[in-house]
Design a protein around this ligand. Structure first.
Ligand code: NAD
Length: 484
């Protein structure tokens, strides 16, 4: 039996502008001689409407798991709580932990305030608020859990430094909000420092995300590789792509240890769908990242250089067209034709790209053996839905402090994180959601927590949830109340 030497790749045309930009990309890949067997799957809106709440059918999963490489056009996620984001589901189910988003300017051919910009955003792709664990707990209060794990950080931070090493980048910057989220973002920052020390030839720096974002938007040329937790990376990679000239220019690779997915940074742009005006560059550059990943460096280089030449020749879609700078405004189809006509050519002023086998050594991440700490139960936060007595914290505090079990006794009450008992001030606005912190005078047992909750429940208190407080190797694994 004869086997095809082509690489199998799953593709999905997506929604909105997805089909137009995917067709454009496939035409260019074919004309450039990409050695790929495409296997089409349907994901997105139509699948949601057929009742697959995550936007993908079981058969499509089988295809993805067999090809392990996926080129995906953007899809529309329907609004409403009944649907889960397909993008998030695929990234997490296939373990695509690293999202790589190169954002560079093409000055002077594409108008940008940042002619020197050449930044690669490396976004953590599986954790953070994208764990998608959300609840409404009381009439007034909702929550979303932000989960950040040591192995999750280890993988993404190591990936960022390895990426910098393989691609000859000089500096890795990390953005977190660890001045506020000292446990979750604090862990990310600390591990960034520790892992960074293993790469002495690469500069490293940390910014609080607010000032980091401001600098990235204002002086992106000072950055090289930037690694971030999921939400900041999601937001700031759109900012970074947009300030290169258009969000339509950015490609994105989602890399895991066994599978990878390639796409555009932008969404399905329903406002311009079906009008032949969409810029196909984002998904095309995503496809170039894919070609490098599957070892077809020759084809990647040919397409990328033809694309650069097209940009340099001033053949621009509407989003990047500027009177006086661009030569012709074209639609998606004519842009595609222009790239195909330039296959084999290289840009004259923009730097031509070279992809080599060495340049794309697969980045391998070895994980350390998990460390088990000594864990002690030292308290419990009991969350109550309470709406009585004008929401006076003194009244609640005086009632709740009567309850004790084993080592546990009331230490404080907070409302949205601010301490309101004992010693609160009347100016603090209180919702119907109260966290009552009981602490133990010596390591306690979970049975005591249950006993305490039993007493509170018996007295008619509405317990929404409890959160145990632990010390790990003697260090507190929980935050203080604001004002405590
Ligand atoms: P969007 O990125 O689709 O569009 C934002 C703006 O940028 C729009 O004005 C649009 O016209 C423009 N734009 C985007 N891509 C362009 C291109 N290639 N050429 C020219 N202009 C382009 O963001 P949105 O409007 O917030 O989201 C629309 C839908 O896309 C939503 O359903 C969202 O959930 C989904 N989405 C999907 C993905 C994905 O599949 N990876 C990513 C982000 C958003």
């Amino acid at each position: 039996m004869q086997h095809s030497l082509n690489t199998p790749v799953a593709i999905a045309y997506g929604d909105g502008i997805g089909p137009e930009i995917m067709r454009s990309t496939l035409e260019i890949l074919q004309a450039a001689g990409a050695r790929i067997d495409f296997q089409e799957i349907e994901v997105g809106e139509k699948q949601y409407l057929k009742g697959h709440t995550s936007g993908i059918s079981p058969e499509a999963w089988q295809v993805l798991r067999s090809t392990k490489v996926f080129l995906k056009a953007p899809i529309t996620t329907p609004q409403g709580t009944g649907y889960k984001s397909l993008n998030v589901t695929i990234r997490k189910s296939l373990g695509l932990f690293a999202n790589v988003r190169p954002c560079m300017s093409y000055h002077p051919f594409i108008t940008t305030h940042h002619p020197e910009m050449d930044v690669v955003i490396i976004r953590e792709n599986e954790e953070d608020l994208y764990a998608g664990i959300e609840h409404q707990q009381t009439d007034e209060v909702t929550q979303c859990l932000k989960l950040i794990s040591k192995p999750g950080i280890e993988k993404i931070v190591r990936f960022a430094f390895e990426y910098a090493r393989v691609y000859g980048r000089k500096k890795v910057s990390c953005f977190t909000k660890d001045n506020i989220m000292k446990i979750t973002d604090g862990l990310f920052h600390r591990m960034f420092d520790e892992i960074g020390n293993e790469y002495p030839e690469i500069k490293k720096e940390h910014y609080i995300v607010d000032i980091g974002a401001a600098r990235l938007a204002d002086t992106p040329e000072i950055f090289d590789v930037v690694v971030m937790p999921n939400l900041y990376g999601d937001i700031l990679s759109d900012v970074a792509a947009q300030i290169t000239g258009s969000v339509g220019l950015g490609g994105s690779a989602n890399i895991g240890s066994a599978c990878a997915m390639f796409e555009a940074i932008h969404g399905s742009a329903p406002d311009i769908a079906g009008q032949d005006v969409a810029n196909p560059s984002g998904i095309l550059l995503g496809a170039v990242q894919m070609l490098v990943y599957i070892g077809q460096h020759d084809v990647a280089q040919k397409i990328h250089n033809a694309w650069l030449k097209t940009i340099e020749d001033g053949i621009h879609t509407r989003d990047i067209f500027r009177e006086g700078k661009s030569k012709v405004q074209v639609g998606t189809r004519l842009f595609t034709k222009a790239v195909i006509e330039r296959l084999g050519e290289v840009p004259q002023q923009l730097p031509a790209v070279t992809y080599t086998m060495e340049g794309d050594k697969k980045i391998t991440i070895s994980m350390p053996v998990p460390k088990i700490s000594k864990k002690e139960l030292v308290g419990v936060d009991v969350f109550l839905h309470w709406n009585k007595d004008d929401r006076n914290p003194e009244v609640l505090g005086n009632q709740v402090s009567k309850y004790k079990a084993g080592h546990f006794a009331l230490n404080m009450i907070t409302n949205r994180g601010v301490k309101v008992y004992p010693g609160g001030i009347p100016e603090t606005f209180c919702t119907d959601h109260w966290r009552c912190r009981f602490v133990a005078d010596a390591p306690g047992k979970y049975a005591e927590v249950l006993e305490l909750c039993g007493q509170l429940s018996q007295e008619g208190f509405d317990i929404i949830k409890t959160e145990n407080l632990y010390n790990f190797d003697g260090k507190a694994g929980y935050s203080l109340g604001q004002g405590q």
